[in-house]
Write a protein of this length. Structure first.
Length: 91
């Protein structure tokens, strides 16, 4: 199983947001904090159990991952752009 960490891209598998891609902004042993830059901004991430997530990629953008690791503010536009670019490459 792949490890979900900061900067990972996941898809929700449960709840009303199932099927939606998210960026992991923080995580612990049980929960991950998710944002998508639109409905869930970086300032108010969604807290979701890791067992309700499907791992897609460990590194969406090196720039965003570095910002998350160092504690520098990540903009919602950056998240939207990175998720959009990632989904176009995957599909």
């Amino acid at each position: 199983m792949d490890i979900i960490k900061k900067g990972s891209v996941v898809i929700s598998t449960a709840g009303r947001d199932s099927g939606n891609p998210f960026l992991v902004t923080d995580c612990d042993d049980v929960y991950a904090y998710l944002c998508d830059g639109k409905i869930r901004p970086v300032e108010k991430p969604k807290k979701k159990k890791i067992k309700h997530l499907r791992f897609l990629s460990s590194d969406i953008s090196e720039k965003i991952t570095v910002k998350l690791e160092t504690g520098i503010k990540v903009e919602n536009a950056e998240v939207r752009k990175a998720l959009s670019k990632f989904l176009q490459e995957v599909l």
